[in-house]
Ligand binder design. Structure first.
Ligand code: NOJ
Length: 748
């Protein structure tokens, strides 16, 4: 990066306004400081605060703008010296001496890459997710990045949508809990701490419901569904103190989020009391022109500002038009001041006025040993065992030779997953390398990838893979998706394994050797036929830097799988959208329906006795939400509840005994689901209301206790009131969304 080095010392005290707050009086001090600043600021300086730019390669081009106070934030700058240099200009050479806030997409790690968020969600472990975000924060902050555009808490129920990878899955409750965990990890105990980074829950809102799973596409979410399904994770984020919010690219029912006053002002500010600032997504202000919602940049800026978008990410429309809009009375000074207040509030809370600089002399925390260990543990807990016939896993001493095949066995870049701007593949530990390093002296490893990368259509290499399989006791087939096949703008209509991977698995399976298929992918794939010919399937949403050692430990039983699916796996794409908490139809599936091939020729059409299912795919998914096996087995017994009639203000105590009936010490994730049987509107067949990880020694039994406050059953009803409706409820506790012990209770 070309830039004149202008830094000498960074220990500078703020001369104009001290934003140091005294304990006990913190928020009023913050407010006072904001007002002091606002009073002095020119209109141009205010607009500057609302302007975020992506800096050019040659930073000297923006020095003058920073000096004039016309830039409030930069994104995608990660050179700490350059950040310090720009910050020094902001702190010393501007009139107002307001620091910049530097943002970056730190999604699942900065340098040490953790499993993609969808993988972390499979851990059902908020503590682990929080620690992952903490590591990311510590590493990012050490380079001067004090703001991340995460967590992504879009409810994602369509695996065609590439960004499902960045999500925490399909479930509102799980996403809420884990989203808060990420915010806690990023923001730490106090935003003011130099290792804390401001979180930015995104994308507000509904982006995951893109029609046909095509990125950026329109959504059509009615207000009740919005409030019951899509908004709760964001509400939880506000309650957890998230510093900023990002609008989404989509238009919902015709209104682009970036110009949606209802969600940004009515819901976010008025109903939830959010005091942080809202940033647009990348150029989503000017993209309202493409949407056909604004005729030009000026109208787009007006609609965004008036809706409540405080900061414009890169479209430049605020800088270009705010003055004019103000003169024409299309926006008010009050609106501008409020936006600036929101931005300054966060800058103050981050302690940027006191500590604008990053200490480049500190020793590096990037890829610290403890970070790598945490990333490995996260990868272990994120892996989901989907099949394990004949207890082929874990591999035991009888295995003398293993054939390692498949394009993902040694793909250091691709196992990192999407959105890893800063991750370095040279630090990646792949399964092949980990197996060779840890088990190479105990077993013979024959490596023949078969195909070079996931999309590779060439089949010439398959013969060598088959040969390796013939000479081995077991085949480990590492397949999946390159990282670039998921993530932003990478939507698909075909979710089968790409390239010649199906042929590869079929060919090695034909040798008669047991095949363990290890998938690394950014989304649920339609792996039915691959699973059928495999003895075991271990699914890893792209597992990150330490995926290799984690998978090696799992395969050889040093670790026992515990992950559960945070998202439903469809059998075929035609079943999408498919999620566990769907509503019932008036003609629910019964399980004895006539399938396509069984329909008699020229059968007569009738409306009687029919149910809701697909003739060619049935009703069930390939694997349901919450599903995941262990090397051990668990039995659930003795479900009991503290009352069978409750008032809406009471709590239900739910207890069950879980026994580890297998031979391995292992962890089970127990899940509690509820069905509100009859409502003023139709209610989901099941909703996840709680979960807990239960470590159990082989043979051990534990009693698991859940406390279910009735207020957790509240929802936006027919009249759009948030209420617990009296009536009958069913309750399940079990290992996934389709199995479990069942009971019932009544709310009076
Ligand atoms: C566009 C993406 O939608 C958003 O998630 C991301 O944070 C911004 N670009 C900034 O990179």
């Amino acid at each position: 990066m070309k830039f004149i080095k202008i830094i000498s010392a960074y220990l500078i005290m703020l001369p104009l306004v001290s934003c140091q707050s005294t304990p006990g009086d913190a928020s009023s001090n913050v407010d006072r400081n904001i007002e002091t600043l606002l009073k002095e600021m020119t209109l141009e300086e205010k607009i500057g605060q609302m302007n975020q730019i992506s800096p050019p390669e040659d930073l000297s081009q923006i020095v003058d703008l920073v000096k004039k106070g016309e830039i409030g934030s930069v994104l995608n700058l990660v050179d700490p010296e350059a950040i310090n240099a720009l910050q020094q200009i902001a702190m010393e050479e501007t009139r107002m001496k307001i620091p910049l806030i530097v943002g970056r997409d730190v999604i699942h790690g900065f340098k040490t890459i953790f499993p993609i968020p969808l993988g972390q969600a499979a851990s059902f472990n908020p503590e682990l997710v929080k620690e992952g975000a903490r590591v990311a924060a510590v590493e990012a902050a050490s380079q001067g990045v004090r703001w991340t555009f995460a967590p992504m808490i879009d409810i994602a129920r369509d695996p065609r949508w590439g960004r499902i990878a960045e999500s925490l899955g399909e479930d509102t409750y799980l996403t809420s809990v884990l989203g808060v965990a990420m915010i806690d990890g990023f923001q730490g105990d106090n935003l003011n701490d130099p290792t804390s980074i401001a979180a930015c829950p995104k994308h507000f809102v509904g982006y995951g419901a893109a029609e046909s799973g095509k990125d950026y596409n329109s959504t059509f979410i009615p207000e009740r569904t919005l409030r019951n399904v899509y908004l709760p994770p964001f509400k939880a984020a506000v309650d957890a103190g998230a510093a900023t919010f990002m609008t989404s690219f989509n238009d919902n029912d015709g209104v682009p989020s970036t110009g949606n006053r209802f969600i940004l002002d009515q819901v976010l500010r008025k109903e939830w009391g959010f005091t942080g600032f809202v940033v647009s997504d990348w150029a989503s202000v000017s993209e309202m022109i493409n949407h056909g919602f604004a005729k030009d940049g000026k109208e787009a800026a007006m609609k965004a500002i008036n809706a409540g978008v405080d900061m414009d990410m890169v479209s430049g429309t605020y800088v270009a038009y705010v003055k004019e809009l103000l003169n024409e009375k299309k926006i008010t000074m009050q609106t501008i001041d409020d936006a600036v207040r929101n931005i300054l509030r966060i800058k103050i809370k981050l302690g940027l006025f006191e500590n604008p600089y990053v200490d480049i002399s500190a020793s590096s925390v990037l890829y610290a040993e403890e970070h790598l260990l945490k990333a490995k543990e996260a990868a272990v807990q994120s892996a989901i065992l989907l099949k394990n016939d004949n207890e082929i896993l874990p591999l035991n001493e009888s295995i003398k030779t293993i054939a390692v095949v498949g394009p993902m066995a040694d793909a250091p870049h691709d196992q990192l997953g999407t959105w890893i701007f800063d991750g370095d593949k040279n630090y990646t530990q792949t399964p092949l390398k980990a197996l060779q390093a840890e088990y190479g002296d105990k077993v013979r490893i024959l490596y023949a990838p078969g195909t070079a990368y996931s999309r590779d259509m060439r089949t010439e290499g398959i013969a060598a893979a088959v040969n390796a399989a013939r000479n081995a006791d077991v085949v480990l087939a590492f397949v999946g998706e390159e990282s670039i096949l998921s993530g932003e703008a990478h939507s698909l209509t075909n979710l089968d394994l790409q390239g010649a991977q199906n042929e590869l698995i079929a060919a090695v399976a034909k040798t008669g050797k047991p095949v363990v298929t290890v998938v690394m992918a950014g989304r649920p794939l339609t792996i039915g036929r691959d699973a059928e010919v495999s003895e075991a399937v271990l699914y890893n949403f792209h597992p990150g830097t330490m995926g290799g050692p984690a998978i090696a430990d799992l395969l050889f039983g040093k670790a026992v799988p515990s992950g559960k699916l945070p998202v439903t796996f469809p059998k075929v794409v035609g079943q999408i959208p498919m999620y566990h908490s769907h509503n019932n139809t008036g003609r629910p599936y019964q399980g004895n329906e006539t399938m396509l091939q069984d329909i008699p020729l020229e059968a007569g059409q009738t409306s009687l006795g029919n149910t809701s299912f697909h003739l060619d795919a049935g009703f069930d998914p390939l694997y349901p939400f919450g599903y995941g096996l262990s090397y051990s087995t668990f039995s659930y017994t003795n479900l009991r509840i503290s009352a069978d009639k409750l008032k809406t203000t009471e709590s239900l105590t739910v207890m069950t005994d879980i026994t580890n009936t297998g031979k391995y010490d292992a962890t089970e994730i127990a899940q509690l689901y509820v069905q509100d049987c009859f409502g003023s509107v139709t209610r989901p067949v099941k909703e996840l209301k709680d979960f807990t990880r239960v470590p159990l020694k082989a043979g051990e039994t534990k009693t698991v206790t859940f406390t279910l406050p009735m207020e957790k059953l509240a929802y936006y009803n027919l009249d759009m009131n948030y209420v617990v409706e009296a009536g009958e409820f069913k309750l399940w506790v079990g290992p996934n969304s389709q199995e479990g012990l069942k009971t019932a209770f009544v709310v009076e």
